[in-house]
Each structure stands twice: as C-alpha cells, then as structure tokens.
Design a binder for this molecule. Structure first.
Ligand code: PEP
Length: 247
C-alpha cells in the first residue's frame, strides 16, 4: 500500500524563534511516522528549516516556485534554488495564489513542470469556489485545472502529488465531508487513470480545514492519500495527531 503524505502549509506565518519551537515540538513527538511528512515554510526560512530537519523524517516543501528557469524575474525563486536548500516538494496553484496573484491553470502547469525538471515533486492544488460548487460545477472546475497540468507534463504526471482543496473550506473551519471529498477524489483519480498507466502511485491529498478531530474520517477514504494542512500545521500537537491518524 502506498504511504500517505501529510504536508503542512505554514503560509506567511512564523519567525526564527517560533519556527525553531514548532519544529522542535513536532520532532520531539514524532517517532517513526507511518506516513511521509513535510512542512511548507516561507522561502526565507528554508535554510533554517533545512538545518533543523536534516536527518529527520520530515521533508521540506516550498509554498511556490517560479515558472521561469533563471534570469531577470525580480522576487522570483527558481526550482533550482529551492533544490539547493533540500526542498523535496513545491506547492503549486494554491487557491490563494490563484486568487490573489492571478495564477492561471496554464501558469500552474508550467510551475509543476519547472519543479519536476529540478527533481522536486509538485503538490498541485485544485479546488472549486463555493459559487462553483453551488452551480454544480465542482467536477468541471477541478478537471479543467488538472487537465492543464496533464497536458503540459505528459507522462511525468505520474510524479506529481495532487491536493484537492475546496476554496470554501480553506481557513474557514468548514471541511468537506469525507463523502464529498472522496467523491471529488474519485473524479480526479479517474482523470489521472485515463492519462497514465501509473496513476495508482499518484497521491491525492485533501486540504481544507483538516484538523485533529476530522483527519481520521477523511484519511480513511479510499482515494484520500493524505492531507495538505494549513492552520493545524502551526500547532505541533494537532499536526502530530493528524500524522498519527495515518497509521
Ligand atoms: C491550505 O492552506 O492549504 C489549507 C488547507 O489551509 P487550512 O487547513 O487552514 O484550511
């Protein structure tokens, strides 16, 4: 059976002192996790977190990656630079980047391609807004978002991780029910199956107010292979409880 993945997304939170404490507390409570574990930290703290996490069971993730390889792109961080700091995963297409930074499906697909080219696993986020769900467009939206990534990345698609994150559930305390999440995951799984014979190895994460109380019910669903965790990843005990729910 494939290992589940629990990835934290710290977003724009933390500082040197708080990061050291959070990682220290997580590491102290983590003994041989049954799943893969990663933390997505702000880029300026990659060096700090790389040094704290060296030789531990926790991998490092970035929260974004440039769609460009190198050059005159002020403020951007390339996949090669992330690789220099031991980054194993790059979150791409998070709804906050789609919403506040105008990221399109095509841009997200290129970001995934840049990550893959540097040996970094992209965690590609897809998800519908509340208006889209209420209009019955959930499947159409997530399939369109994923189709762009499949189109650009061809057979490399088997190397990605997909995170289904309904926008209405992110940071709102409203979680998709396990049945709602499983339903969309099954749609995504079928789409990946049609695109690659290796679809079974692709991890599909759920994200959107996953927490210590609801993680187990979500993680037991047949097509949910882990979680992308925002708020609860900033609390060591909650993050550890979610990791333990994978066992
Ligand atoms: C996220 O930011 O990816 C996320 C899922 O956030 P939260 O868990 O806080 O809803």
């Amino acid at each position: 059976m494939k290992k589940k993945l629990i990835a934290g997304n710290w977003k724009m939170n933390g500082n040197l002192t708080a990061n050291a404490k959070l990682l220290g507390d997580i590491l102290a409570g983590l003994s041989q996790p049954a799943c893969d574990v990663a933390v997505g930290v702000p880029a300026v703290y990659l060096a700090q977190c790389q040094s704290v996490l060296a030789g531990t069971a926790i991998d490092l993730a970035s929260q974004d990656v440039s769609s460009h390889e190198a050059g005159a792109y002020t403020g951007e961080i390339s996949a090669g630079m992330l690789k220099d700091f031991g980054v194993r995963y790059a979150i791409v297409g998070h709804s906050e980047r789609r919403q506040y930074h105008g990221e399109t499906d095509e841009l997200v697909a290129i970001k995934a391609q840049r990550a893959l080219a540097s040996g970094i696993t992209p965690i590609v986020c897809v998800g519908e807004t509340l208006a889209e769900r209420e209009a019955g467009k959930t499947d159409e939206v997530v399939k369109r978002q994923l189709a762009a990534v499949i189109h650009t990345n061809g057979h490399c698609i088997s190397e990605i991780v997909v995170a289904y994150e309904p926008v209405w559930a992110i940071g709102t305390g409203k979680t998709a029910s396990p049945e709602q999440a499983q339903q969309v995951h099954a749609v995504l799984r079928a789409q990946l199956h049609a695109a690659t014979e290796h679809s079974a190895r692709i991890k599909l994460l759920y994200g959107g107010s996953m927490n210590a109380a609801n993680a187990a019910a979500l993680l037991v669903q047949p097509d949910i292979d882990g979680g992308l965790i925002g708020g609860a990843a900033l609390k060591a005990q909650d993050f550890l409880t979610i990791i333990a729910a994978c066992a």
